[in-house]
Write a protein that binds this ligand. Structure first.
Ligand code: 0A1
Ligand code: ZN
Length: 873
């Protein structure tokens, strides 16, 4: 166990920066093996006393420090440790500090600050990477004007990029050259970026709403250009959408995107120089799935939208991270809905929230959308800050209505442009534009945990009144007890026996622990549709019967609730079956359930069928979702029961399923429309179902599909089905895939992923082969995720094998990665985090693994925080 306790940072300790920065000039001299950074910064004293200037700096070799030209001496004129450089308060109110540091990007496997990816130098400064470049007040409320000069070898680094406008270029000695960049907009240092390397680009232009032309570029490695056109279209669509929906125009003449293969996250919104994981830029049908295309579109939009929600208006401190992330996720979700399908988008967003955020919110690392303390801020780029943060913005949109919400965001952009602000500042704009009092609503930012919402309904035929009583409660979370009732907007409808809405859809404002809402003049017993569109991130329980659910599955006008009713119904059936199996009792799948599944399948033959929605309706809740509704979770047992039920459904509806598969088989040229993608989704869903049920056609159909595939969606779905088996077709397809795609990194990630997530009995042997494969490496996060996240997150039945072998496998990787890339290591702990939810034997093994990690020498703050908090629970 680490004995030195790392520092915890608290929101309540926030203070204004003691010094502000008028401007900074950065000079990068890049050589193979070392980079010299000279930072010349104009500081201004920002307080009355004599506070020292405290500069953050890590992994740096300090060469020299000068104030107004005078060289300073260590220990005499300043103090230095491995994290902080402290200068006593200078006598003058304004002064120029020149700091020279040496860094070694070639050796940087942490992938923050300046590092190298495939020969290209690039930066990642959010949240605190800038301090690995030079000594600076590394905090988002220090905004300033950057000029940057980059000098490097002209042959190996013909392209030299930074933020803002290119102002000078020229030759330097020894075959070197330089560029100078000036960013006219003040920004915090986490938005600084630099790229130097041998890159090619595709170019386009966008004419903004005021008629300005913006040059757009996507820079990639030679050979990858053809895979950039979809991202370029997504960028232009995003720029247009932000103008139309939010009145936001792009503010510079140039917008660059650079794709690199080694990246800790998805992408980064650096001002005018976004840096992306290649996985979220490159997309062409032969190597990217339909899902990849959707993600590229969404993330391109997300980073672009940050230009206003994040960059022009940024966060005062990192506790406010959701100010930019929640809002920007909300914006990208709405964009994707507009580009594709709102109902499908909502279902997928809620599905993600439930599978990932609900467990976080009820586990040992539960934290509010606005956390109030952290050890390592990189651990707080969470689904709570992002996805629940987006739900919190969505609720404000719901409370204000579309028009007033727009007025409120206009006010926000006007009032806070070029400022670093708080979540309170945002909500105040919502209040000022609407006249609403959102003080109770603000609890959504400060109270952790998912509220439980219970609905009890009553119809009185005599008085023709319908009433609904809503009760809310919020469980304790680490550090938070006795929580207050929240303001929960419950979108609500009443449906008559003929399937018609009996009232105009309304919003019930639940503000107290319990409230009853009554509706008069309801002539017949209605079925209530509660929480339409999932209008609040809560766990809803109701007194609806299975008949009611089946009725809503067909009749609800709200697409989300039609899907939701089917899921609740399926969950009930699955849970009964699992209960029976745990008690060694027989269980007969209810005929009503079999029939209602058959009715859903029949929809596939309607000419106007929405196949994307239907595919989701046909999908049974997965092991993770089912597990959330149980205690002493045994994922293997859940998996067995789920497979049995699927097998029975396939037996009962074999003809329909076979016909749906054949009717929807891809044929002819590849089409990338929403309709075509929906059709592929249905086809591949059915193939997966047949595979799970070990249907007699499954292997041969999957192999035929694999062999005929002209796109990655069909190919990977077929390969995935084959990978569940021990057939010769599996080995043949894997070998063929390897031969075909061995030089394409992203396609190879899928080759690893599909094997690591397969439910084969030989999985531990498969994994051992994968991590000793020549193409495996611990230094590329995508490859690491393709094995370890795929296994830990997508393969619960095997990861939680009772032997504990899965836990040990992940633990070894975490310990290894702790020394290579702490951010990636700490994210890999997630599958072990909720150990207390599992069966006692599993709990014991998971806890032992967490302890083994805790005892690792030189444990990083990142891993320490997650592991120690998990163990404390
Ligand atoms: N702001 C980015 C997310 C991001 C955060 C940290 C990173 O490196 C450690 C990289 C990206 C976004 O929301 O897209
Ligand atoms: Zn973001």
């Amino acid at each position: 166990m680490r004995t030195d306790m790392p520092q915890t940072f608290y929101l309540k300790d926030y203070q204004n920066p003691p010094f502000t920065v008028d401007q900074i000039h950065l000079d990068f001299d890049i050589f193979d093996g070392k980079t010299i950074v000279t930072a010349t910064t104009a500081y201004k004293k920002n307080h009355d006393g004599d506070l020292p200037l405290i500069l953050n700096g890590e992994h740096l070799d300090l060469i020299s420090v000068k104030i107004d030209g005078a060289l300073l001496t260590k220990d005499q004129d300043y103090q230095l440790d491995d994290k902080i450089l402290t200068l006593p308060c200078p006598a003058q109110d304004s002064f120029r500090l020149e700091i020279v540091t040496e860094i070694n990007p070639e050796k940087n496997t942490r992938l923050d600050g300046l590092y190298q990816s495939g020969g290209t130098y690039c930066t990642q400064c959010e949240a605190q990477g800038f301090r690995c470049i030079t000594y600076f007040q590394d905090r988002p409320d220090v905004m300033t004007y950057f000029t940057v000069r980059i000098t490097a070898d002209e042959k190996t680094c013909p392209v030299l990029l930074s933020n803002g406008n290119l102002t000078h270029t020229g030759k330097a000695a020894d075959g070197r050259h330089y560029t100078v960049w000036e960013d006219p907009i003040a920004k915090p240092c986490y938005l600084f970026a630099l790229v130097a390397g041998d890159l090619v680009h595709i170019a386009d232009t966008f004419k903004t709403m005021s008629g300005k032309n913006v040059d757009l570029r996507i820079c990639v490695r030679e050979g990858d250009q053809d895979q950039c056109h979809f991202a370029m279209k997504a960028l232009k669509d995003s720029m247009k959408w932000d103008e139309e929906k939010y009145g936001r125009e792009y503010d510079l003449d140039l917008f660059n995107i650079v794709a690199v293969s080694d990246f800790n996250m998805g992408a980064m919104e650096n001002k005018s120089l976004n840096i992306f994981n290649t996985a979220l830029v490159l997309a062409q049908p032969e190597t990217a799935t339909d899902r990849d295309f959707e993600r590229v579109e969404a993330v391109i939009a997300h980073e672009y939208f940050h230009n206003w929600t994040g960059n022009r208006i940024t966060c005062r401190d990192w506790f406010q991270l959701s100010l930019k992330e929640g809002l920007t996720v909300f914006r990208d979700q709405c964009f994707s809905g507009d580009m594709n399908s709102h109902a499908v988008q909502r279902i997928d967003d809620v599905d993600l929230l439930r599978r990932m955020q609900f467990p976080e919110d009820s586990g040992p690392l539960a934290h509010p959308v606005r956390p109030d303390n952290y050890i390592e801020i990189n651990n707080f780029y969470t689904v709570t800050v992002y996805e629940k943060g987006s739900e919190v913005i969505r609720m404000q949109h719901t409370l204000l209505g579309d028009e007033t919400f727009r007025k409120a965001t206009d006010l926000y952009f006007e009032r806070h442009d070029e400022q670093a602000v708080t979540c309170e500042d945002f909500v105040k704009c919502m209040e000022d534009a609407s006249g609403e009092d959102l003080s109770q609503f603000f609890l959504w930012y400060t109270q952790a945990g998912t509220p439980a919402l219970n609905a009890v309904t009553n119809y009185d035929a005599g008085t023709k009144t319908f009433s609904i009583t809503l009760r809310q409660s919020l469980a304790d979370t680490p550090g938070q007890t006795n929580k207050k009732p929240m303001h929960i907007p419950v979108r609500f409808g009443l449906i008559g026996p003929d399937g018609q809405d009996l009232i105009d859809e309304t919003i019930l404002h639940l503000k107290q622990a319990e409230q009853t809402f009554t509706f008069d003049n309801i002539d017949e017993k209605p079925v209530p549709s509660i929480l339409r569109g999932f209008s609040a991130p809560v766990k809803l329980s109701t007194d609806l019967s299975n008949d009611d659910l089946r009725f809503l599955m067909v009749n609800d006008t709200d697409g989300f609730n039609r899907w939701e009713s089917g899921q609740i119904y399926a969950l009930r059936v699955l849970n009964e079956a699992i209960d029976a199996s745990e008690k060694d009792q027989d269980f007969d799948l209810p005929q009503d359930f079999i029939d209602s599944y058959g009715s859903l399948l029949a929809q596939a033959f309607d000419t106007d069928c929405d196949k994307a929605l239907l595919t989701r309706a046909l999908s049974l809740p997965d092991i993770t979702v089912i597990g959330q509704h149980r205690s002493n979770v045994n994922p293997q047992a859940i998996d067995n029961v789920r497979r049995e039920i699927i097998t029975e459904l396939v037996e009962k509806h074999g003809d329909a399923l076979r016909k749906i598969y054949q009717d929807n088989r891809s044929a002819g040229a590849f089409i990338n429309s929403f309709e075509a993608r929906s059709k592929r989704a249905l086809q591949n869903f059915v193939l997966g179902l047949l595979g799970t049920a070990k249907h007699e056609n499954a292997v041969s159909w999957a192999k035929t599909q694999y062999d005929a595939a002209n796109n990655m969606t069909d190919r990977l779905a077929a390969l995935s089905a084959l990978c569940q088996t021990d057939s010769s077709e599996r080995s043949e397809a894997l070998a063929h895939y390897y031969d075909t795609f061995k030089t394409h990194q992203l396609a190879m990630d899928k080759w690893f992923n599909v094997q690591a997530s397969a439910g084969r009995d030989q999985i531990m042997d498969d994994l051992a082969l994968l991590i000793t494969h020549d193409d495996f490496t611990y230094t590329t996060p995508n490859r690491v995720r393709s094995v370890f996240s795929a296994f830990g997150m997508l393969n619960p039945a095997k990861f939680h094998d009772e032997s504990g072998a899965g836990y040990d496998f992940l633990t070894d990787a975490i310990i290894k990665l702790n020394g290579i890339n702490p951010q990636i290591a700490s994210r890999l702990v997630t599958p072990l985090r909720d150990w207390k939810r599992y069966s006692p034997d599993r709990q014991e093994k998971m806890r032992a693994c967490l302890e083994r990690i805790a005892e690792t020498p030189n444990l990083s703050d990142n891993v320490f925080e997650i592991v120690s908090k998990s163990l404390k629970a």
